[in-house]
Design a protein around this ligand. Structure first.
Ligand code: 5GP
Length: 345
């Protein structure tokens, strides 16, 4: 008989942060930089733990250049060649500390990843990304990567439950990517019926990871700076963003013009658009689990970054957290039935 878990699981939209008495005078007093030492790599990180997703529209070298100026991080997508990495490294050596090289579990991916890391020892982060982080094959792959790169910091996922977070940490990952189905261009929940509300996933996975001295990254589902703050409040050490960074000059993907207005194409990495671009089409045995949208062109990403950082700083002042590090300790979520006033929408 199928089991039903009757605990209510929540999304960002189901809660707000409760304000708390605070001694902070201004949001300029808030420190967003964090430092972590990772469980398995033993390496340290210092920066603002917001990460551009390893999608070919968002995880670009241009994005890395812009984000690194603000101490943000970029998971570079896996479709750049070693030669392109080489050129990037030569002209932007200062960015190499704040990027990860990505890979799926395919043999070609791994060959490319190895070549990049051997060429560029300054790249210290690996992002191992599969749609379904629950497979034994993925765990075995992660173990292989860990033994080949004993002191690189490994991000791995995606999963949404504590037991799998623990398994991936014990298999060698440092930062577990959390999120199945919340993404802005993800259709997994529609195609498969599988998923987990993101806020609860983050709360539960953070608890599991922190118990083992591991870290987590909330991946997907943030639609506004308030959601980023909620993800940190829920216990995420890092927050990964795709859609919020889409539509900028720094993004990959076609620019189109309609009625005098500019748009940028943004698509899921398992959308038909991406599969046609990178593998020549959707294989017979699978359905696409991502969609393609046109995002209104937003210009340079700098103003979006300021908007996000300003929002999170303000959250910290509302709850009395002088540092981002204190945000989850100062967080009380309240369940709500309405987020915003929609009268002028
Ligand atoms: P967003 O910030 O846009 O809500 O979510 C970004 C995340 O969506 C990515 O980091 C990745 O985990 C996920 N994602 C990207 N492309 C796809 C896709 O085609 N299908 C699914 N299921 N998830 C995707």
């Amino acid at each position: 008989m199928p089991r039903i878990d009757n605990d209510v699981k929540l999304d960002f939209k189901d809660v707000l942060l409760r304000p708390k008495r605070s001694t902070l005078k201004s949001r300029s007093e808030v420190e967003l930089m964090r430092s972590f030492t990772f469980r398995n790599s033993k390496q340290s990180y210092t920066g603002i733990p917001i990460i551009a997703a390893n999608m070919d529209t968002v995880g670009t070298f241009e994005m890395a250049k812009a984000l690194s100026k603000f101490s943000l991080f970029t998971a570079i997508h896996k479709h750049y060649t070693v030669e392109q990495w080489k050129q990037f490294a030569v002209s932007n050596p200062e960015c190499l500390q704040s990027v990860a090289a990505s890979s799926g579990t395919g043999p070609n991916d791994f060959k490319n990843l190895t070549a990049i890391l051997e060429l560029l020892p300054e790249v210290r982060y690996i992002c191992l990304d599969v749609a379904n982080g629950y497979s034994e094959h993925f765990v075995e792959f992660l173990k292989d990567v860990r033994s080949k790169f004993p002191d690189h910091t490994i991000m791995a996922g995606n999963v949404v439950t504590g037991e799998m977070v623990e398994e991936l940490i014990l298999a060698g990952a440092d930062i577990i990517k959390v999120g199945i189905g919340p993404g802005s261009v993800c259709t997994t929940r529609k195609k498969t019926g599988v998923g987990y509300p993101q806020l609860s996933a983050v709360i539960e996975c953070a608890d599991a990871a922190h118990g083992l001295d591991g870290h987590i990254m909330s991946d997907g589902g943030c639609t506004c700076p308030g959601d980023v703050a909620k993800a940190f409040g829920a216990g995420a050490d890092f927050v990964m963003l795709g859609g919020m960074f889409a539509g900028h000059s720094q993004c990959g993907g076609e620019t189109i013009e309609k009625n005098g207005k500019k748009y940028k194409l943004f698509y899921g990495m398992s959308s038909e658009t991406a599969m046609k671009k990178h593998t020549g089409g959707v294989a017979d045995y699978r359905a696409s689990e991502g969609k393609t949208v046109e995002v209104e062109f937003k210009g340079e990403v700098e103003s979006t970054i300021r908007d996000i950082l300003g929002g999170v700083r303000s959250t910290c002042t509302y709850v009395g957290a002088a540092k981002l590090k204190e945000l989850s300790r100062r967080t009380t979520f309240i369940r709500v039935t309405q987020q915003v006033n929609t009268v002028f929408n």
